[in-house]
Each structure stands twice: as structure tokens, then as C-alpha cells.
Design a protein around this ligand. Structure first.
Ligand code: GDP
Ligand code: MG
Length: 181
């Protein structure tokens, strides 16, 4: 029994270097599918997922980059009205971790939120499954320190491939976005 006032649409932007697993995380979360094949582009701008949180119907509208992250800036329509920004890196790829500063800055510049200091960000360290964790180059501690240095960013580690922690990470996204609404 949803009344209109109990419905909430939350716009979530997913950013990070090409290849870190942004599209795979979204596909795993929304469609419960993992595709090994590398596809730089997808058809849709966003996917949606319905959730119920505290008797509210929440629609997460999750925006993906269709491979543009390599080539150009994403344009202001992409960022406009975002309720949460999810930054993704690959725990086996140092470069993708170091680039997080750029994505963080770029988001704040483009989305230009009213309160940049408290805007909800979530960091996801993906691909924890690779080589049983032996090829990992960014420690959990280092990632958490980075989150602390930017204010208070929530941190989750996932494997889109094995579906580890993916639901938990996006549930965290929904909660933090809702709290900021
Ligand atoms: P995007 O460019 O950030 O959207 O990255 P993709 O989702 O296209 O993934 C890039 C590549 O990494 C693809 O070959 C995926 O199959 C692979 N990949 C994504 N997530 C994982 C993961 O959690 N574990 C492993 N082993 N591979 C992954
Ligand atoms: Mg992609």
C-alpha cells in the first residue's frame, strides 16, 4: 500500500576507471548476471532497482557510463540531481585507486551539490576474487584511510563475478542516499 509520499526516486551515479567493473556490478545487482566478455558500451543510460526501506518504496536509478569514461567528460545531464555517487576501483589495479581523487573532484565540480562536504559518496573496491586475493595491491586499510581523508565515505569490497557483497554495497548506497534526501 504505497502512498505517493512514500515513494522515493534516488539517482545514483557510478564512476571509476574503465575496466574496474562498474557495469558488471550493476548487472550483478539488478539482473543477477555476470558476463565475462568485456563490453565497453551498454545500451541504457541507467538501470533501476526497487527496494523497500523503512516502509518506503525506493527506486534506485543507477547511472552507468557507456564507455565514455575513457574518452570525454560525461556532460552535466549525467550528473544533474544525483543523490549519491558510487566510486569504483579494482583492488588489483593501483592506477584505478590513484585516479579516485580525480573522479571525486570531477563529480563535485560537475554535480555541484549544495553541500559538497557532506554529499554522500560510497567507495567500492571490486574484483576481490582475482587470484584468490593474491594479486591485490590496495589494502583494505589504505582504502579506508582514503575514505577518511575525503570526509566520511562508506567503503565496501565486492566481487561482481562471485556476487560477494554486491547487495550489501548497494543497500548501503540506498541508505546513505535516503538519509541525505
Ligand atoms: P567497467 O568498464 O568499469 O564497466 O567494467 P566492466 O564491468 O565492463 O568489467 C571489465 C572486465 O572486468 C570484464 O571483463 C568483467 O568481466 C571483469 N570483471 C568485472 N567485475 C569483476 C570481478 O568482480 N571479478 C573478476 N574476476 N572480474 C571482473
Ligand atoms: Mg562499463
Amino acid at each position: 500500500m504505497d502512498s505517493l509520499k512514500n515513494r522515493t526516486l534516488l539517482k545514483v551515479i557510478v564512476l571509476g576507471d574503465s575496466g574496474v567493473g562498474k557495469t558488471s556490478l550493476m548487472n550483478q545487482y539488478v539482473y543477477k548476471k555476470f558476463n565475462k566478455q568485456y563490453k565497453a558500451t551498454i545500451g541504457a543510460d541507467f538501470v533501476t532497482k526497487e527496494l523497500h526501506i523503512d516502509e518506503k518504496s525506493v527506486t534506485l536509478q543507477i547511472w552507468d557510463t557507456a564507455g565514455q569514461e575513457r574518452f570525454q567528460s560525461l556532460g552535466s545531464a549525467f550528473y544533474r540531481g544525483a543523490d549519491c555517487c558510487v566510486l569504483v576501483y579494482d583492488v588489483n589495479n593501483l592506477k584505478s585507486f590513484e585516479t579516485l581523487n580525480n573522479w571525486h573532484t570531477e563529480f563535485l565540480k560537475q554535480a555541484n551539490p549544495m553541500e559538497p562536504d557532506t554529499f554522500p559518496f560510497v567507495l567500492i573496491g571490486n574484483k576481490t576474487d582475482v587470484d584468490g586475493g593474491n594479486s591485490r595491491v590496495v589494502s583494505n586499510k589504505r582504502a579506508i584511510e582514503w575514505c577518511g581523508s575525503k570526509g566520511n565515505i562508506l567503503y565496501h569490497e565486492t566481487s561482481a563475478k562471485e556476487d560477494t557483497n554486491v547487495d550489501e554495497a548497494f543497500l548501503g548506497v540506498a541508505h546513505i542516499a535516503l538519509a541525505n534526501e
